[in-house]
Design a protein around this ligand. Structure first.
Ligand code: CMC
Length: 427
C-alpha cells in the first residue's frame, strides 16, 4: 500500500503524504498543498475532511460501532457509570478505585453555584427556553471562576473541566425548576451524579423526594450515551472556539449554542413533537408519504456518520422500554407510534436505500418525557452529558503541540474588484 497520494494539476504533480490512524480510513495530508500548489481543497460540511487527530472516540458508521478510548458504548452503558466514563474520556484510561474515589470527590465538591449566580436565572422570562438559559449561564460561569481561566496552565484546565462537569447538572436543574416556578434545590454531596440531578430537578420543599433506582440508572445511562461523539458539529465548534485560546466556559457555551439546532441536539425535542403531531398509528402512512415527498424530515432518523443502526439507539430503545414499563406507561401511544414508524421506515426503500436508521434521539424523547421532563429540557440534558466530551476534546486540543488557530478558507464567488460609486451615480 502506498504511503503517498499524487495529485496532478495541469502539468505539475504533487505528492501528498498518507497518514494512518490506529483504525478507520487513512487520511491524505493536504496541509502543505496551498503553499506548494496555490489551491485549496473544497469540502463544505466536512464530509471528507479530518479536522484533527484524536485518541478519544472512534465511530465506524458502516458497522454501527462507537468506541470511547477503545471501549464499546454498549459495554460502558451496561457496566460502567457516567462519572467513570467522564474519567475515561478525560484521562484515557478507566480509573483504579483510588483514582475514581478522588475524581468523584472532586466532581461532587464542585457542584454548588455561587449564591450570586442564582440572580442570573431571575433575569430570564419564566417561559424562556432552558437552552437559552444554559447558553447564557455557562458563559457567565467565567465571571465567577477567574482563578481557572489560564488555559496554558494544565492544573487550571483540569479545575475548569471538573467545575464544568460538576456544575452543569445544577445549572440544568435550576433552568428547569425556574421554568416550573419552583424553588431551587441545592446539590447534596452524598448522592450520586444522576440521583443528585434528578433530586435537584424534581424535589419540592413540601414533600420528601424518594430516589427510584431504575430511574437513576436510566438517567445515568442516558448521560453515558450522550457523553461524546467524535468531531460532530458542536464538538468542532468547541475546538474551533478553543483554537483561538478562548477559555473553556466560553467554548462550552459556544458548543451548547451549536447543539441547540434541530439537525443536532435539538432533534430529540423535534422527534418527540413529531410523534405528537402524527398522533396515531393510523396516520403514520400519510406522514411517511410526506417525508418521501420531501415536505419534512423524519426526526430521530439518519446520521452523517452512521449508515447502520446507531449503537446508542439500541441501548436507548432498551432503556426506554425499562422506564416505561416501570412507570406503567408500557402502552404509551407515542411509544406505539415510534415502534410502528421504525418498523415501516426500516422496510421502506426510501429509507433503506439512503441507509436511514433510528438515531439516539428517536427513543430518548419518549423516555425523558416519561421521566417527567418537558420536551424543551431534552436538549439541555444532552448538553449536560456532552459537556465531558466537549471538555475532553478541548483539553486534547490544548495538549496537542501542533495546535493552530482554526482558519478555514473559501471558494470565493462574489464580485471581484470594483470602484465605489457615489449614491447619485448608482442605478
Ligand atoms: N428523513 C428523511 N430523509 C432524510 C433524513 C431524515 N431524517 N435524513 C437524511 N435524509 C435523506 C436526505 O434528504 C438525502 O436524500 P437525497 O439523497 O435523496 O437528497 C439523504 O437522506 C442523505 O441525507 P443528507 O442530508 O445528505 O445527510 P446528512 O449527513 O447531511 O444529514 C442529518 C444528517 C442527521 C442532519 C440528517 O439525517 C437529519 O436531518 N436527520 C434528522 C435530524 C436528526 O435526527 N438529527 C439527530 C442526529 S443524531 C444526534 C446528534 O448527533 O446530534
Amino acid at each position: 500500500m502506498t504511503d503517498k497520494a499524487t495529485l496532478n494539476i495541469g502539468d505539475k504533480s504533487y505528492d501528498l503524504p498518507i497518514l494512518k490512524g490506529s483504525t478507520g480510513p487513512d487520511v491524505v495530508d493536504v496541509r502543505k498543498l496551498y503553499g506548494e500548489a496555490d489551491v485549496f481543497t473544497y469540502d463544505p460540511g466536512f464530509t471528507s475532511t479530518a479536522s484533527c487527530e484524536s485518541k478519544i472516540t472512534y465511530i465506524d458508521g458502516d458497522a454501527g460501532v462507537l468506541l470511547h478510548r477503545g471501549y464499546p458504548i454498549d459495554q460502558l452503558a451496561e457496566k460502567s457509570s457516567f462519572l467513570e466514563v467522564c474519567y475515561l474520556l478525560l484521562n484515557g484510561e478507566l480509573p483504579t478505585a483510588p483514582e475514581f474515589a478522588e475524581f468523584e470527590r472532586n466532581i461532587t465538591y464542585h457542584t454548588m453555584l455561587h449564591a450570586q449566580f442564582d440572580r442570573f436565572f431571575s433575569g430570564f422570562r419564566s417561559d424562556a427556553h432552558p437552552m437559552a438559559i444554559m447558553t447564557g449561564a455557562v458563559g457567565a460561569l467565567s465571571a465567577f471562576y477567574a482563578d481557572s481561566l489560564n488555559v496554558d496552565d494544565p492544573k487550571q484546565r483540569e479545575i475548569s473541566a471538573h467545575r464544568l462537569i460538576a456544575k452543569m447538572p445544577t445549572i440544568a436543574a435550576r433552568a428547569f425548576q425556574y421554568s416550573q416556578g419552583r424553588p431551587f434545590v441545592s446539590p447534596r454531596n452524598d448522592l450520586s451524579y444522576a440521583e443528585n440531578f434528578l433530586r435537584m430537578s424534581f424535589s419540592v420543599p413540601a414533600e420528601d423526594w424518594k430516589p427510584n433506582p431504575v430511574l437513576t440508572r436510566a438517567m445515568d445511562r442516558i448521560f453515558i450515551l450522550h457523553a461524546d461523539h467524535e468531531q460532530n458539529a458542536s464538538t468542532s465548534t468547541v475546538r474551533l472556539a478553543g483554537s483561538s485560546g478562548a477559555h473553556p466556559f466560553a467554548c462550552i457555551a459556544a458548543g451548547i449554542a451549536c447543539l441547540w439546532g434541530p439537525s443536532h441536539g435539538g432533534a430529540n425535542q423535534e422527534a418527540l413533537e413529531m410523534l405528537q403531531v402524527i398522533g396515531s398509528v393510523d396516520n403514520i402512512k400519510d406522514y411517511v408519504q410526506g417525508v418521501k415527498d420531501r415536505k419534512y424530515k423524519l426526526m430521530g432518523f439518519g446520521h452523517r456518520v452512521y449508515k447502520n443502526y446507531d449503537p446508542r439507539a439500541k441501548v436507548m430503545q432498551k432503556t426506554c422500554h425499562e422506564v416505561l414499563d416501570l412507570l406503567g406507561h408500557g402502552n404509551d401511544p407515542l411509544l406505539q407510534i415510534a415502534m410502528e414508524l421504525e418498523k415501516i421506515a426500516l422496510n421502506d426503500p426510501y429509507f433503506v436505500d439512503r441507509k436511514l436508521y433510528p438515531n439516539i434521539d428517536f427513543y430518548s424523547g419518549i423516555t425523558l418525557r416519561a421521566m417527567g421532563f418537558p420536551s424543551n429540557m431534552f436538549t439541555v440534558l444532552f448538553a449536560l452529558a456532552r459537556t465531558v466530551g466537549w471538555i475532553s476534546q478541548w483539553k486534547e486540543m490544548f495538549e496537542d503541540p501542533q495546535r493552530k488557530i482554526g482558519r478555514p478558507r473559501q471558494l470565493y464567488t462574489g464580485a471581484t474588484h470594483r470602484d465605489y460609486l457615489a449614491i447619485d451615480k448608482r442605478g
